[in-house]
Write a protein that binds this ligand. Structure first.
Ligand code: ADP
Ligand code: NI
Length: 218
């Protein structure tokens, strides 16, 4: 039997991300795909649009494509056209892609339908909790960023451009993004999962601070 469109896109996208290790590896795409599939089961929405948008949401990320912002829908469209996907399906998927990623603490999210909200929730759940912590330090390390610099203050970015250009330490990234995600989840199912992961990050940061300022160093 012929593979479905989702299966074909999945194997192509997974092979593209196989060589990426900075927190955007194919396991990230796979977790987002599976979490989005789970959220759809609880919350509804068009499964095919959700699964394709989940697979393609990082297909041209600015951190990996040389700095181009909002380039994902263009690349996703070309890829889906190669697979001869239906034009309306392509439009529905591509309308979501550039809206998924986080663009700064003070930049408003513009997600407009349930399918997009589910993909954004799945992506954000993967940025928090234990895996989110690991991804942040893996990403920071890949960019030669310090884990922490006590004298640097976090910045709440007002534009995607300034957020994308930020060079801060990884602990600051928690205050600039990761701790803010819990309140920017859309669906009830994701909010419930996010609550636990958020608490785990707070515990981590508290322990980190305790060890950093420990009396043993006095
Ligand atoms: P997502 O795939 O969740 O949209 P991003 O594309 O924004 O996430 O980033 C990929 C991963 O790298 C995420 O886990 C994110 O938190 C992490 N990351 C992004 N920017 C930074 C940064 N400045 N410092 C540390 N980690 C970062
Ligand atoms: Ni992602």
């Amino acid at each position: 039997m012929m593979n479905t469109l989702v299966e074909r896109v999945k194997s192509q996208v997974y092979s593209i991300f196989k060589e990426e290790y900075s927190g955007h590896d194919f396991h990230h795409i796979d977790r987002v795909f599976r979490m989005a599939t789970f959220l759809q089961k609880q919350e509804g929405g068009d499964l095919e649009v959700i699964q394709l948008a989940a697979l393609l949401h990082d297909i041209s990320d600015h951190k990996l494509n040389g700095g181009k912002l909002n380039d994902g829908s263009r690349v996703a469209r070309a890829l889906l056209q190669e697979h001869k996907a239906d034009v309306i399906l392509i439009d529905n998927v591509c309308a979501l892609i550039d809206k998924v990623s986080y663009k700064g603490a003070l930049v408003k999210d513009e997600m407009f339908n349930l399918e997009g909200m589910i993909v954004q929730d799945a992506d954000r759940l993967d940025a928090i909790g234990a895996i989110g912590i690991a991804r942040a330090f893996a990403f920071g390390g890949s960019r030669n960023r310090p884990m922490y610099e006590p004298d640097e203050k976090p910045q709440l970015h007002t534009s995607f451009q300034s957020y994308a250009g930020s060079q801060g330490n990884t602990i600051n990234h928690f205050h600039e993004k990761l701790l803010l995600l819990k309140d920017r989840l859309h669906t009830a199912t994701a909010k419930e999962i996010g609550e636990k992961r958020h608490q785990f990050m707070l515990n981590f940061l508290e322990q980190f601070e305790q060890e950093w300022t420990s009396e043993y160093y006095d």
